[in-house]
Write a protein of this length. Structure first.
Length: 231
């Protein structure tokens, strides 16, 4: 009953209310971000969402506050993440304030408050059929994996938690528990990035590093991801 009839209307009401209440703060972060990053303070990226009637993931544009500059080297290539992520960006990430614009995605219906966290398109194409069952439901701003290690657990563990959330039955009580645990994680600023990294490793890179896929297969899948994005 909750998952089918209540969850989506409740997501809409809560996210609209939140946007109204924090709108002055959002405006402040927008202005500060534009000044600090010398340009557009918003970051958008295509992510796979809930599967459509044909069983294909619907690709949507996730909105966040930009945390890295667009600084480039002498050849016009973007500098490494570590060099483009300044103090302002680190603050946004550690406090999860960069996620606030995603409330717009919840209002539009491409995202839920709680659900499997939407990964990159280039992550999705490396998932097997079982792992892609996570896309049978609307993705979430936070989820079971985020309160059980977030970026400090393996990719396989992330998917296991995503499927556990779905298979265990989506309930109001369960979602409230995840939201409360998320607040605790945010206040503690824990697990925001994988230890020893600036940005978490893509799933394909993870598989390649541990010898789960060959370089040729990796390259083919990356090309497939680019084709999906450029459709």
């Amino acid at each position: 009953m909750y998952a089918k009839f209540i969850k989506r209307p409740l997501d809409f009401i809560l996210s609209v209310t939140a946007l109204i209440v924090i709108s002055p703060f959002l405006l402040l972060l927008t202005v500060v971000g534009a000044i600090v990053l010398k340009g557009n303070p918003f970051f958008t990226q295509l992510r796979p969402g809930k599967k459509d009637k044909d069983g294909n993931e619907k690709i949507f544009k996730l909105i966040k506050f930009r945390t890295m500059s667009n600084a480039k080297d002498k050849d016009g290539n973007l500098l490494p993440d570590a060099q483009r992520l300044g103090k302002y960006g680190k603050l946004l990430r550690s406090t999860s304030l960069d996620e606030l614009p995603s409330l717009v995605n919840i209002v539009s219906g491409s995202l839920s408050i709680v659900g499997p966290r939407p990964q990159l398109v280039r992550d999705m194409i490396f998932m097997n059929d079982e792992q892609r069952r996570r896309h049978n439901v609307r993705p979430g701003l936070t989820g079971l994996a985020q309160v059980n290690g977030r970026n400090n657990i393996t990719w396989e563990q992330k998917f296991e938690y995503d499927l556990q959330y779905i298979d265990g039955g989506i309930t109001f009580t369960g979602d409230v528990k995840i939201i409360l645990k998320t607040i605790g994680k945010v206040l503690k600023r824990s697990d925001t990035v994988r230890e020893g990294t600036v940005s978490d490793m893509d799933f394909g890179d993870w598989l390649l590093q541990f010898g789960e896929v060959e370089q040729e297969y990796y390259d083919d899948m990356q090309e497939k991801a680019r084709e999906l994005i450029n459709r």
